[in-house]
Write a protein that binds this ligand. Structure first.
Ligand SMILES: Nc1ncnc2c1ncn2[C@@H]1O[C@H](COP(=O)(O)OP(=O)(O)O)[C@@H](O)[C@H]1O
Ligand SMILES: [Mg+2]
Length: 261
């Protein structure tokens, strides 16, 4: 690997279609993510977000449609071509038997892409980018949820990606930590110039960080535009998803205990 500084690549998806056992999950999705854009795909659980990401990184093959990076088709992960792509998985996927440094450097050491001293330097650099200086020798089990997520992001950065995919980066985090992770995604997007695609069901995250948002529902985009455009969208399902809250109806006041027999 000969990693030059990252520069965002353009992602184009045309007519992406996929069924499992005859059940459509992705229905003719087409969209473009521009170089350096932070694009959010927002949708409820089960809408097809993870399946879409698996196609975008070449882990799944579509029934129909094309995925292009700078105009070149994406193949299986080994043949992603000359573009560097990374994914931050929902679970983070840290190995508990490895230290933070070993986790972050794993891809480089396993594939013998760099000598050990160089890997140590790269790992330290990526950890520092996420505000995790000096955590090299710690174990995943000792870290908070927010720190684990940062380590997972640092690990994705070792390949100097030109395109980063994040699957539900704020799930399993409390709301305050979720906000700090959202800020990190925006900062990294700007600082590294990397194209970023975030899939999430977190409305606050989507509206807080996106250049553009696509609303995915049952494998289709119901809306696609800037946060302001999506917020103003008239589609009733979009509006329902944007405005759903806990205030369904008032709870009945319980009978006072003293009046019970
Ligand atoms: N390998 C698979 N085989 C069959 N069905 C699948 C497979 N992967 C995902 N699905 C189905 O596709 C739908 C979308 O799943 P997913 O993309 O994981 O949703 P989410 O938006 O929550 O990430 C779900 O109904 C799921 O059960
Ligand atoms: Mg998912």
């Amino acid at each position: 690997m000969n990693a030059s500084p990252a520069q965002g690549v353009r992602l184009e998806v045309r007519g992406l279609t996929k069924s499992y056992n005859g059940r459509p999950v992705l229905r003719d999705l087409s969209f473009t993510v521009e170089r350096g854009e932070l694009f959010v795909i927002m949708g409820p659980s089960g809408s097809g977000k993870t399946v879409l990401l698996k196609h975008l990184i070449g882990l799944e093959r579509p029934d129909a449609g094309e995925i292009l990076l700078e105009g070149e088709p994406v193949g299986p992960p080994e043949t992603l071509g000359r573009h560097r792509v990374a994914m931050v998985f929902q679970s983070g996927g840290l190995l508990n038997s490895l230290t933070v440094a070993e986790n972050v450097g794993l891809y480089l050491s396993e594939h013998r892409l760099k000598p050990p001293a160089e890997i140590r330097r790269i790992v330290a650099e990526k950890l520092a980018l996420l505000g995790l200086e000096g955590t090299e020798d710690r174990w995943p089990a000792e870290l908070s949820g927010g720190m684990k997520k940062r380590v997972a992001i640092a690990r994705a950065l070792v390949v100097e990606p030109q395109l980063i995919f994040y699957d539900e980066p704020t799930s399993e985090l409390d709301p305050l930590i979720a906000v700090t992770i959202g800020r990190e995604l925006v900062r990294l997007n700007r600082q590294l110039g990397v194209t970023s695609v975030v899939v999430t069901h977190d409305r606050d995250l989507a509206f807080g960080i996106a250049h553009r948002i696509a609303v995915l529902h049952a494998g289709r985009f119901l809306a696609l535009g800037t946060p302001a455009e999506v917020r103003a969208h008239a589609d009733p399902v979009v509006r329902q998803f944007l405005h759903a809250d806990f205030a369904f109806e008032p709870h009945p006041t319980p009978e006072p205990v003293s009046r019970l027999p």
